[in-house]
Design a protein around this ligand. Structure first.
Ligand code: CA
Length: 285
């Protein structure tokens, strides 16, 4: 390489250097995003017979392979999407909305959208409706996780009550004053010990997360055994995981809650998902 660079024309040198980057891309194909986790195809147990009525019955669900976001989508990530729309409205996915997150001037540590995007780039985005979350995911070439995908990402094959296991620990940002972030949102990934079965962070607490499903309290009684996508219609979208203003029981892997899709609150954000083009089957279960 050194001799080529020393003895050949500048154009040849540039071509050689470019090839060092292009060849690996051709060999390995699309490089994986380090913020996406592959959840291999397989069957897991969804729901619980020991908790709220709408979590019953516990039932087996098969899911094709998919990717789940390792973190909640951050202010910085959402700002990139939002800013691209502000400068060119033609890029908006849903042209009736500009997808601007809500201001929360009465909550000082959150504050105005454009301020917090700069002051807290690693905090999860909040003040976004289901439509905002859906539009962001589409813009990124991804989608929101289904409720089943969300739950499998959190609990894996061991029926975990919490993403980290079955012991009640302070491994999540909840209502508790003892969790390191009392009465405030935490930067994503702050609770290393709270990672889920698959390594996803903050699946308990910090912010609730929109899923793609409509909500029905009796859905589990007749839901499909393979790749369920929720009721065909409804009034509320499912949110999961609890938040910084919720007591720990609402942050379990099975707890189900719901909100109107137009609602923009200081405690709901989201993470992204993507269908995986792989036939891999999980061997760890
Ligand atoms: Ca969360």
């Amino acid at each position: 390489m050194k001799s080529i660079i020393q003895n050949r024309s500048p154009i040849l040198v540039i071509l050689v250097i470019l090839s060092l980057y292009i060849i690996p891309i051709q060999i390995y194909g699309e490089l994986e995003d380090e913020n996406l986790i592959l959840v291999a195809a397989g069957t897991f147990s969804m729901g619980s017979d020991n908790r709220a009525n709408d979590e019953r019955p516990i039932h087996k669900v098969f899911l094709d392979a998919f990717y789940i976001g390792k973190y909640e989508v951050t202010n910085a990530e959402y700002y990139e999407f939002w800013n691209s729309i502000q400068t060119d409205k033609s890029k908006a996915i849903e042209h009736t909305q500009d997808h601007t997150p809500e201001d929360f001037i009465h909550i000082p540590h959150i504050g105005r959208w454009e301020d917090r995007a700069k002051l807290h780039p690693n905090h999860p985005v909040v003040g976004v409706s289901w439509h905002d979350a859906h539009a962001y995911a589409k813009w990124k070439g991804m989608r929101l996780p289904t409720e089943a995908e969300w739950e499998k990402s959190a609990r894996g094959y061991s029926d975990r009550t919490w993403p980290w296991g079955n012991a009640l620990e302070e491994y999540a940002n909840t209502l508790s004053n003892e969790d390191g972030f009392p009465n405030q949102i935490a930067p994503v990934g702050s609770y290393k010990q709270g990672k889920s079965y698959y390594g996803a962070m903050d699946m308990a607490g910090n912010v609730w997360e929109w899923t793609s499903d409509w909500y029905s309290d009796v859905y589990y009684h007749n839901s499909p055994k393979q790749n369920p996508t929720g009721p065909k219609n409804g009034s509320w979208r499912v949110i999961r995981g609890g938040s910084w203003i919720d007591a720990i029981p609402r942050c379990s892997t099975t707890f189900r809650f719901h909100q109107y899709p137009n609602l923009k609150t200081s405690f709901i954000g989201f993470r992204v998902a993507k269908t995986a083009n792989t036939e891999t089957t999980d061997k760890t279960k």
